[in-house]
Structures are given as structure tokens and as C-alpha cells.
Design a protein around this ligand. Structure first.
Ligand SMILES: [Zn+2]
Length: 278
């Protein structure tokens, strides 16, 4: 899982519990300072995340087959995701872009963007990637290493969670703007090659966001959140190549918020307080 700040083009590891974190932010109220104020501000009641629904969205994507850019399954899955988000009543933007893979193959990518509460100035970004990798070079079975992966976990799981979040937020009154971005051509990079060969959709969007000058308070990107017995450690930000202490401090605060909430919810077994090199 990764997080992307649009103007900074950085990535960090993140996790499944973000939904509740989002709700927690929505609920947050400023402490009262006036002793004469008696009016109660109604608190926001977050909807409950439906695991079955998210799982079905993962199953639906996998049913298309491997979603490799340029393939029929990729095109069909894109139409399905757009139709699904539209059916929730959300405005959906398809940001198409030309992309050249490290293999030399030229493809057309599509970032799918759904906006919740577009008039809200206070916004966060939730992301995932919807393409699946063209080859399983790390497969334990050597005979299938030149085959594309099915991407139930690597790709579809993040999208499945975000589709469920989109469905719930579309019918809620959350006092927060949320932009859900499903990036394309993210996982087609060169293994052990240049990092620039990866995340082509996010790179494109960071240069040309769907709203000129777009800024979110922060963004959280989910990837590989559906594995059995998944564990989400904290990423050691000091290993980012162009480390910026101010940005790292901001990100660390968000990390802390999410992981603390996870502990409070009794999910410390999933959101472990262990640092890993990103
Ligand atoms: Zn991935």
C-alpha cells in the first residue's frame, strides 16, 4: 500500500483501516472554548464498512481476467468500474493518458477519479491501482513466470475496498471532501529497474491533476490489502531517496493517527508497530 502526495510525488505504505480513519477525521470537532455556548454540534455517524460488499467487488474484477493495459479484460474492467462508481451517484472522470512501458510497448492508460463533496475545501485523497501486472516473474512456479498475474490482492483488493468506501460515502453526509483515484499502468514497471518505470498513471496525474492546482490534506493509497493474515507495518520514511524532514513529519503524524486508532479498535494485530524499509 502506498500513499501519494500529488504535489510531492512521493509514496508511502498505508493500510486497510483508513476508512475508519477517514470517519474519525470527519467526526473530529474543535474543543469548545465558550462557556456560554449550549448548542450541540451533531456528530457524524460513520456508516459501517461491509466486508462482503468489498469482497464481491474484488471477485467482480478478477472475473474479467488479468487487467493488463492494452487487453480486452482491461478495457472491460475499466467500463465496469466507471459504471459502478456512476451507479453510486458520483461524478466520475476518466483521465486517459499515453504511456510507454519499459518494454517499449505503447498503451493508453486511464485514471478513474470519483469525487465526493466536490464543494468542500477540506479534502483527502484515497487511491489504489486497478491494472494488474503483465508478468508473474516472482511466482514460485517457474513455469508461469511469463504469464500475467490475476491480481486479486495486487490491484483488485485496494479497488474493492475503495469501491465500498465510495458506495458508503456517496450516501452519507460526511463533512469532508474525498477524491477517490484509481490509477492505471502502475504495476508494469521493470523489476529492479528504474523506479520511474512504475506508477505511470500516478506520475501522469501528479503532473496534470484532474483539478488544476489540486491539493489534498493528504492522500492514502491502498495496494495489496487483501492477503490472508496481512500485516501492516509502518514504513521507515528516512529511506525515501529525496527525504524531506518537513514532509516526513507530516506523514508520520498521519501514520501515528491511523495506527493509534487501529490500536484503540483492537486491530493492533494487523497494524503492527514495526518499521520496515520502504
Ligand atoms: Zn500493486
Amino acid at each position: 500500500m502506498q500513499l501519494i502526495f500529488p504535489s510531492l510525488n512521493k509514496t508511502w505504505t498505508w493500510s486497510l483501516l483508513l476508512f475508519l480513519m477517514v470517519m474519525g477525521i470527519g467526526c473530529k470537532q474543535e474543543p469548545r472554548t465558550s462557556s456560554t455556548t449550549t448548542t450541540e454540534t451533531p456528530s457524524y455517524q460513520p456508516p459501517s464498512f461491509q466486508m462482503d460488499s468489498a469482497y464481491q467487488y474484488v471477485t467482480d474484477q478478477v472475473a474479467f481476467g488479468s487487467r493488463v493495459p492494452g487487453s480486452e479484460a482491461h478495457e472491460a474492467c475499466k467500463d465496469w468500474i466507471v459504471a459502478k462508481l456512476t451507479s453510486f451517484g458520483l461524478n466520475v472522470i476518466q483521465q486517459t493518458f499515453p504511456a510507454k512501458l519499459y518494454t517499449g510497448t505503447a498503451v493508453t492508460g486511464t485514471n478513474i477519479i470519483a469525487t465526493i463533496n466536490p464543494d468542500q475545501n477540506k479534502r483527502i485523497l484515497l487511491g489504489a491501482h486497478w491494472d494488474s501486472r503483465f508478468m508473474a516473474e516472482q511466482d514460485v512456479d517457474e513455469s508461469t513466470r511469463n504469464q500475467p498475474i490475476l491480481g486479486a490482492d495486487d490491484g483488485a483488493s485496494g479497488v474493492g475496498v475503495l469501491l465500498e468506501i465510495a458506495r458508503l460515502l456517496a450516501q452519507s453526509s460526511i463533512p469532508l471532501g474525498v477524491d477517490i483515484i484509481l490509477f492505471d499502468v502502475e504495476d508494469q514497471g521493470e523489476r529492479s529497474g528504474a523506479t520511474e518505470t512504475w506508477c505511470l498513471g500516478a506520475q501522469y496525474w501528479s503532473r496534470d491533476p484532474h483539478v488544476p492546482g489540486y491539493m489534498a490534506k493528504y492522500g492514502i493509497l491502498l495496494d495489496m490489502v487483501g492477503a490472508h493474515d496481512a500485516e501492516f507495518p509502518v514504513e521507515d520514511l528516512s529511506n525515501i531517496p529525496d527525504y524531506n524532514a518537513q514532509v516526513a513529519g507530516h506523514v508520520s503524524a498521519i501514520y501515528l493517527k491511523v495506527w493509534r486508532l487501529a490500536q484503540q479498535m483492537g486491530k493492533g494485530n494487523l497494524f503492527v508497530k514495526r518499521y520496515v524499509v520502504g
